[in-house]
Design a protein around this ligand. Structure first.
Ligand SMILES: [Zn+2]
Length: 60
């Protein structure tokens, strides 16, 4: 049985992008993303938002 048989929460994805997950969770998340297009898209969208926020913060 896969650890992430179900989709990770948005919070988990956010932590994953920010590299705040435990190593093991990070690995499991990467594995899930590998086979889940829905979460891949969510991760991409979230990453974009975070990039925009970071850019905004840098400008100010
Ligand atoms: Zn998923």
């Amino acid at each position: 049985m896969e650890y992430f048989a179900r989709h990770p929460t948005l919070d988990m994805i956010e932590l994953y992008i920010l590299n705040q997950l435990h190593f093991q969770d990070q690995q499991q998340m990467a594995k899930h993303l590998d086979g889940c297009q829905a979460c891949q898209k969510m991760t991409g969208d979230l990453q974009e938002q975070i990039d925009i926020i970071r850019e905004t913060l840098t400008i100010q």
